[in-house]
Design a protein around this ligand. Structure first.
Ligand code: ADP
Ligand code: MG
Length: 416
């Protein structure tokens, strides 16, 4: 379409988990401000997920814009510590190497199920020397430096992991969406229908597509002056436009920009413009969400947040009501755009019918920003009509991406 761009990526995942996966597998989930290590014991058709343990580590901000070597060393060292805490509860046959599903939620051009080159960083990461490199090779080298003997069996992103995790529980899961720091979606496509696919047709006939919809942009997608300013000042100007309208990293900052403008042009907070309003990302989306959900009659939460975040005191109730309204407009725009994207995917799959379809959702924004999630679902119903919407089930796939990556490591194990 003219004026529209998006670059869908082929995942190399053509065998989603069936439920008979067995053994000890690890997963590493890197995709935002935190990363997680996970180990699971899979017990086959009967046992399912026998047990699992996870550990979350936050990434020091300087490593998000430093060198590739340092970032991967930090990750591999945390993983090595986590592996060392395994104890005797996770039996591994003698001579067998531990295997890992690596969830790496940035745009990657896959070259196989277990290799792929980073196209670009997003979500506040910016490390030049990783771009173009095989991130599995980077991780593998770092693991070696840490003395950790582990093989990356599957490289996926969080949407693919969530899709796999969702499928493990319900065969009608056809789409997975992440709404967290960033946003992305994946879906199951008939391999025959993929013009970019020149390999042999997979046995299942299906291939998972990573839409990278966060990078969608279109001349039909209206952008306000606040969106344009946010984009221009971002680490990745001109890119991830849809993500900048819909995801957790940015929603709060759009609100801040509107408030700043109101302060400058309409003395919204009195004669002076509160200086902190001018500082990018001072208003985080969880704080925006807390203000938006404030149900107290005098909007106490809004008052508290304004004081804590911006040092703004003595606002009138009307001012606070206006702020809640601004949050409402910005959150609902994001939610409705996301719903529209989902309807587009359902149509592409021919699933905008009465067939049962499950959409697996994950991510902090979806999980915690209730008004956003509710609006997303009601917009879906509005667009699909009640009859079709009844059969389109939106579920929260809690930690689908972690479990999903370990399942994909199992289904791509070297020991099969
Ligand atoms: P990531 O996307 O970094 O892998 P998550 O899925 O946990 O991690 O999402 C974290 C993001 O979710 C945060 O950056 C934030 O934008 C958003 N978020 C977390 N808590 C809330 C909340 N209470 N309300 C709204 N958004 C939230
Ligand atoms: Mg995540």
């Amino acid at each position: 379409m003219a004026g529209t761009s998006s670059r869908w990526l082929i995942s190399y995942v053509d065998n989603l988990p069936k439920g008979d996966e067995k053994g000890l597998f690890y997963a590493l989930d890197l995709g935002g401000t935190n990363f997680r290590c996970l180990r699971v014991q899979l017990g086959g058709k009967e046992g399912r997920v026998v047990k699992q343990e996870a550990e979350e580590v936050s990434i020091p901000p300087h490593l998000m814009v430093g060198s590739s070597h340092e970032l991967f060393d930090f990750i591999a060292s945390a993983l090595a510590k986590f592996v060392a805490s395994e104890g005797n509860n996770y039996p591994l046959p003698v001579g067998r190497q531990r295997e890992l599903g690596f969830t790496f939620s940035f745009p990657v051009r896959q070259t196989s199920i277990s290799s792929g080159n980073l196209i670009k960083w997003t979500k506040g990461f910016s490390i030049d020397d990783t771009v173009g490199e095989d991130v599995v090779a980077e991780l593998t080298k770092a693991m070696k430096r840490q003395g950790l003997d582990m093989r990356v069996a599957a490289l996926v992103n969080d949407t693919i992991g969530t899709l796999a995790g969702g499928r493990y529980h319900d065969n009608d899961v056809a789409i997975a969406v992440i709404l967290g720091t960033g946003t992305n979606a994946a879906y199951v496509e008939r391999a025959q229908a993929i013009p970019k696919w020149h390999g042999p047709l997979p046995k299942s006939g299906d291939m998972v597509i990573n839409t990278e919809w966060g990078n969608f942009r279109s001349s039909h997608l209206p952008l306000t002056e606040y969106d344009l300013a946010l984009d221009t000042e971002s680490l990745n100007p001109g890119e991830q436009i849809f993500e900048k309208l819909t995801s957790g990293m940015y929603l709060g900052d759009i609100v801040r920009r509107v408030l700043w403008r109101l302060a400058e042009e309409a003395s919204f907070f009195g004669d002076n413009v509160p200086p902190k309003l001018q500082v990018p990302f001072t208003l985080r989306t969880p704080v925006m969400s807390a203000m938006h959900h404030d149900s107290s009659s005098d909007l106490r939460v809004v008052a508290d947040k304004l004081r804590d975040v911006f040092g703004i005191t003595n606002t009138s109730l009307n001012t606070r009501k206006t702020i809640v309204n601004i949050c409402d407009i910005i959150a609902k725009r994001g939610a409705r755009l996301t719903a529209a994207g989902l309807v587009g995917m359902l149509k592409k799959q021919g699933r905008d019918t009465k067939q049962r379809t499950v959409i697996a959702m994950d991510g902090g924004l979806y999980e915690h920003y209730t008004i956003f999630s509710k609006c997303l679902e009601s917009t879906l119903a509005e667009m699909l009509g009640d009859e079709v919407a009844k059969n389109v089930i939106v579920t929260h796939a809690n930690d689908g991406s972690g479990i999903g990556a370990s399942l994909l490591a199992a289904s791509h194990s070297q020991y099969l």
